[in-house]
Design a protein around this ligand. Structure first.
Ligand SMILES: [Zn+2]
Length: 334
């Protein structure tokens, strides 16, 4: 498992490989970007490439050094994680003690701080001292999914390596590599929003059920008078999380329906339902779908502001009926 196996982060890898072959490797790098896109894996591969007994800017995966890092047993590679919700000053003091000694086996002692947004203020201050005057043999890799909460004094002392959300095709390929079947992997990649860790937490059968709920809402629009659709909505608004997920799927359906109208050859999020969606889209106007999409984003925003899911759903039902519901409105808009 070396650099070439990390998918979808070519930009970050190119920066790091350039650093490895240059004579001026920095003392501190900040890996930032969404969680679950490969920052920690890349940090470990970087440490491997640096300590590898081979000569290229890539770990050989065979020498004792590579093996020790893969198994978490290398004395010169330390990974720090938040304990509970924070990284406290004691952790940083322990790192500083280790950095005051020479590395045991390598040229550098590599310290990987995963989740450095969890540093308490005293811990951040202590770390800043090390960043200001790093020992010659130190290499600090700070990893964060929340760069905006880090003190600027820390950010400015590090060379920055941006990580991006993963393309759905990469996530799908990775899941298939791990033995997940193609159809499930395609749905999971749609759900993952560019992050592999979201898939780890996803209950796929539940996700499919919620997609079905969202699809039913779209299908039902206009076919019922207010009460049944409101009852349906009440059932779906059972929890904030469920409500958020149904809104998310409705947004994806909306996007697919628009695509079918304006760019029929583009890849759909719900490609397995292409025929049904093509059927549905024939009776809908693009403008109404775009208005609905905007409303869905607004409703998702309300949910993050702690608006009651039931209220959110009632608004959604009204929007569905208003924008897509009655045939006369659809005709006016088309
Ligand atoms: Zn090696």
């Amino acid at each position: 498992m070396a650099f070439h196996t990390i998918l979808g982060q070519e930009h970050a890898l190119a920066l790091l490989q350039k650093a490895l072959v240059s004579t001026r490797l920095g003392h501190a790098y900040l890996f930032y970007g969404p969680s679950g896109v490969g920052k920690r894996l890349t940090a470990l591969q970087f440490a491997k490439a640096l300590s590898c007994h081979g000569t290229a800017a890539e770990a050989c995966d065979r020498c004792t050094s590579c093996h020790k890092i893969d198994t978490g047993n290398h004395p010169d590679v330390v990974v720090v994680n938040p304990e509970g919700t924070s990284i406290r000053i004691e952790h940083i003091r322990a790192l500083q003690r280790q950095l005051s000694y020479k590395p045991y086996e390598s040229q550098r002692t590599v310290i990987i701080i995963d989740g450095c947004e969890s540093l308490t203020p005293p811990a951040a201050n202590a770390l800043l001292k090390t960043l200001e005057e790093p020992p010659a043999s130190a290499l600090l890799l700070l990893l964060t999914s929340k760069k905006d909460v880090l003190p600027l004094t820390i950010i400015s002392r590090c060379q920055q390596i941006p990580f991006r959300p993963l393309a759905p095709s990469y996530i799908q390929a990775l899941l298939v590599q791990q033995g997940v079947d193609q159809a499930t992997a395609a749905i999971a990649a749609t759900l993952a929003e560019g992050r592999l860790d979201t898939w780890m937490q996803t209950d796929i059968s539940q996700a499919l059920a919620r997609r079905q709920n969202a699809y039913a809402l779209l299908q039902e629009r206009g076919h019922t008078r207010n009460t049944p659709l409101f009852l349906l909505a009440r059932q779906y608004a059972g929890s904030r999380e469920q409500c958020e997920e149904v809104l998310h799927w409705l947004s994806l359906f909306c996007r697919d329906l628009v695509m079918l109208k304006v760019a029929a050859t583009s890849q759909l999020y719900n490609s397995d339902l292409q025929a049904e969606l093509a059927d549905l889209t024939s009776s809908l106007a693009v403008e109404s779908l775009l208005d609905l999409f905007a409303s869905l984003q607004q409703l998702r925003h309300y949910l993050t502001m702690n608006v009651n899911p039931q209220l959110t759903f009632e608004q959604l039902v009204m929007q569905l009926q208003q924008l897509l519901g009655t045939p006369s409105l659809a005709e006016d808009a088309s």
